[in-house]
Design a protein around this ligand. Structure first.
Ligand SMILES: [Zn+2]
Length: 142
């Protein structure tokens, strides 16, 4: 878990930068051990500012989900919308923190087949190229 990039500030921008590098990082409080994801600059539990980056194992369980028919612009650009819904959900990681992300490996047209509690593993969805390259956080139902 040691890497040279752990001095990045505990911001959403750093979090997104890690996602672009294929890493799901959380901030951990050095004083009380609380994990936060997305990272926080101040520990919400004990208000400590002594934090460190830790890479999560990227495994967890589906804690809840919604099928999205009214897609935001960047998803419409990827072909999603009323005729091709996608699934957005909350995943509880093995480390005990929850994160919202795209859910893949499921049939959005048949939400009754999607089971809360299913094991999931992290996935990074790349779209676009060059300047337009984006990497989205997702979890795939195993
Ligand atoms: Zn703390």
């Amino acid at each position: 878990m040691t890497d040279t990039t752990t001095t990045r500030p505990f911001t959403a921008a750093s979090f997104d930068q890690y996602i672009a590098e294929g890493k799901l990082m959380a901030s951990r409080c050095a004083d009380c051990g609380a994990l936060n994801l997305p990272p926080r600059a101040i520990c919400p539990k004990c208000h400590s500012e002594t934090l460190e980056w830790v890479e999560t194992g990227g495994k967890g369980r589906l804690a809840g989900f919604t099928v999205v028919y009214i897609a935001p612009t960047f998803m419409i650009e990827q072909g999603y919308g009323r005729d091709k819904p996608y699934v957005s959900g909350i995943v509880e990681l093995d480390e005990g923190v929850k994160v919202s992300a795209r859910i893949t490996g499921v049939d959005a047209a048949q939400p009754e087949t999607i089971k809360v509690g299913s094991p999931v593993s992290v996935e990074f969805i790349e779209t676009g190229e060059g300047e337009g390259r984006k990497v989205a956080l997702a979890f795939k139902v195993e």
